[in-house]
Design a protein around this ligand. Structure first.
Ligand code: SF4
Length: 312
């Protein structure tokens, strides 16, 4: 575990919380109370956990242990209701998390009926998608991406990934499971290059926060070994592959990672990906004027994905 286990509670799973409460001489059921408070109730401070005895909360605090919910540094609100959050990481860095009411037009979630309309920030929404970051910066160097200019600063911990979601849900006063929330791991970073923390966060979001994995999608630039591992996960989001070019020459130019895992390897992993009932693969393709958007490119894409159960 990369996170300092005893300073920030957010990011800890039930067995880790159990060890912690035992360290403080508390009965094991206190771990479940902490888990519920952290993830289901999304508390912001220890004092809010009224199920825990006052002296236990004080002892935690005296040892420098806090919830660890990241703060919102800045909010940029667009006229369509999209809110771009700069979420503070503890070390002075920040990542971007985006709230998109009524979905982003691409990932509509599980296809079920929209829930009741809700008003936050003076706007009404039926469902919403949160775009989550997995790293500070990114090492992948896609030529069309601003994050690539930062390079990779560091991986986010599981707590920081879950924390982004909790901070935005709290700010938007979301009540789960009443409201329909989709998550897309398409923010800063390549989730499959921070695989352990990303998957740990997925489990906490499913089991703790209460967002089902069928409403989550992870986007990868094509980290082929991780695609195979991901297919074997018992609990996992849907997968989207960032394609952006239909041949190796162009894809290597746009996404240098294609040198390591070329289209043949990537498409083999896509073909072998164990899809679930009613699940499709998604391919993302950023249209760049005069670069990858010719009729010939379109024909090549059709050939590439022929026979796959996919959405583009
Ligand atoms: S993997 Fe995603 S975040 Fe990283 S450079 Fe490519 S598009 Fe940008």
């Amino acid at each position: 575990m990369t996170q300092m286990p005893h300073s920030s509670l957010l990011g800890l799973q039930l067995p880790e919380l159990t060890l912690l409460v035992e360290e403080f001489g508390q009965p094991a059921y206190r771990a479940r109370q902490l888990f519920e408070a952290l993830y289901r109730q999304r508390v912001e401070a220890l004092e809010q956990i009224s199920t825990l005895p006052q002296d236990f909360r004080e002892s935690l605090s005296e040892r420098g242990i806090s919830i660890g919910l990241p703060g919102i540094e800045k909010k940029f609100v667009s006229s369509d209701g999209t809110v771009r959050y700069l979420v503070a990481c503890g070390d002075g860095q920040s990542v971007e998390t985006v709230w998109m009411p009524e979905g982003d037009g691409g990932e509509a979630g599980d296809g079920s009926e929209a829930g009741n309309q809700t008003e936050t920030s003076g706007r009404t929404w039926e469902r919403a998608t949160i775009c989550v970051s997995s790293q500070v910066g990114c090492a992948v160097d896609c030529q069309f991406c601003l994050t690539a200019l930062l390079g990779i600063k560091r991986n986010l911990t599981a707590g920081e990934i879950v924390g982004q979601v909790c901070a935005v849900l709290n700010d938007q006063r979301v009540s789960l499971p009443l409201h329909r929330i989709n998550l897309v791991f398409m923010g800063m970073g390549e989730p499959f290059l921070n695989y352990g923390n990303f998957m740990k966060a997925v489990h906490l979001l499913v089991e703790g926060v209460g967002i089902v994995e069928s409403r989550m999608t992870v986007s990868t630039a094509g980290i082929v070994p991780a695609i195979y591992d991901f297919g074997l996960e018992p609990v996992r989001p849907k997968i989207a592959i960032s394609l952006n070019a239909p041949n190796d020459e162009l894809r290597t130019r746009l996404m240098p990672i294609n040198r390591k895992w070329n289209l043949e390897k990537l498409m083999a992993a896509a073909r072998e990906f164990p899809l679930r009932n009613r699940e499709n693969l998604t391919f993302e393709y950023v249209l760049l004027d005069g670069v990858n958007d010719s009729a010939e490119n379109a024909r090549e894409v059709v050939e590439l994905v022929r026979g796959l159960a996919s959405e583009t």
